[in-house]
Design a binder for this molecule. Structure first.
Ligand code: F6P
Length: 323
């Protein structure tokens, strides 16, 4: 069947570079004579029939913009069979021959559901968490990491002057990739991630003690939001060794800002590949980066892969934080 019209949506937490991916989808469609419909507000928009026709001018001057021009949402209704039925009805009403969904893990579970209802779907991984196991990279991760690094470098200046300890919370409710990566890049004294059970004495206090014995007078502790409360960790440090840490929660600032080169180019490459996959008649696929090449794999297969952090990176972190 030749593809005449497809939809594109962004869903879940936004990520810098999503706009580059939307732009690439629209421009690739134009080159292939495929009509492109933008679905606003993710799966909720698909349920509500919230759409706009996309042209090259709808996506001009967005490659450099953070956020997503299509808006995004986390839809509880789409998790219900009734919500999914309504979303499928919208796809049929609009005559969509396929749909490109841009987002993280939850977005791909939604894609799976659509696909089980006979809708052709291709997913593009975009989340600052970088926690989609089947791909080496998810759009937005590098920009978010650099935003966090920039903020932590600024904190370090004032910590150094005051000879303080800082506890910084970075995003990552279920995954510690961002915290681990940022922690390595800022030379943190300790990094706490949800994948590793927390022992403040062993994982934080002991590192600070060793750092002090080696002449350090300021200490940076990076905590993924899912690893525990930054305020509790600061209190634990105070109770144990009497330092009075300052807490900074970086929060949603990490999700904003102009995407860097990596995220613009990855968004563009993945957007192109997603349309190419749909045009080739593929469905239920996710675009993945493996060893610098983009491939597409079955979504079910991708989602079934075991999650976990990079143990080698963790060992490197343990070595770097050892005093
Ligand atoms: O999925 C990306 C993410 O930024 C997580 O790191 C974070 O825990 C979550 O989204 C926050 O979600 P919300 O924007 O709904 O508060």
């Amino acid at each position: 069947m030749s593809i005449r019209r497809i939809g594109v949506l962004t869903s879940g937490g936004d990520a810098p570079g999503m706009n580059a991916a939307v732009r690439a989808v629209v421009r690739t469609c134009k080159a292939m004579n495929i009509e492109c419909i933008g679905i606003r507000r993710g799966y909720q928009g698909l349920i509500n029939g919230d759409f706009e026709r996309m042209t090259v001018s709808s996506v001009s001057h967005i490659i450099n913009r953070g956020g997503t021009i299509l808006y995004t949402a986390r839809s509880d209704e789409f998790r219900t069979p009734e919500g999914q039925k309504r979303a499928v009805a919208t796809c049929k009403l609009l005559g969509l021959d396929g749909i490109v969904v841009i987002g993280g893990d939850g977005t791909f579970r939604g894609a799976q559901a659509l696909s089980r209802h006979g809708i052709s779907v291709v997913g593009i991984p975009a989340t600052i968490d970088n926690d989609i196991v089947c791909t080496d990279y998810t759009i937005g991760y590098d920009t978010a990491a650099n935003t966090a690094i920039d903020a932590i470098d600024k904190l370090r200046d004032t910590m150094q002057s005051h000879e303080r300890c800082s506890v910084v919370e970075v995003m990552g409710r279920n995954a510690g990739h961002l915290a681990l990566y940022v922690g390595l890049a800022v030379g943190a004294a300790a990094v706490l991630i949800p994948e590793k059970p927390l022992d403040i004495e062993r994982d934080v206090v002991e590192n600070i003690r060793n750092a002090r014995l080696n002449g350090k007078t300021h200490y940076m502790v990076v905590v993924a939001e899912g690893a525990g409360s930054a305020f509790d960790i600061a209190k634990g440090i105070k109770d144990s060794i009497g330092l009075d840490p300052r807490v900074t929660v970086l929060g949603h600032i990490q999700r904003g800002g102009s995407p860097n080169a990596r995220d613009r180019v990855m968004g563009t490459r993945m957007g192109f590949c997603a349309v190419e996959a749909l045009a080739a008649g593929k469905t239920n696929r996710v675009i993945c980066q493996r060893n610098a090449t983009l491939i597409d794999i079955d979504i079910e297969e991708g989602l079934a892969m075991k999650k976990g952090i990079n143990e080698q990176q963790f060992r490197i972190l343990e070595t770097m934080t050892n005093g």
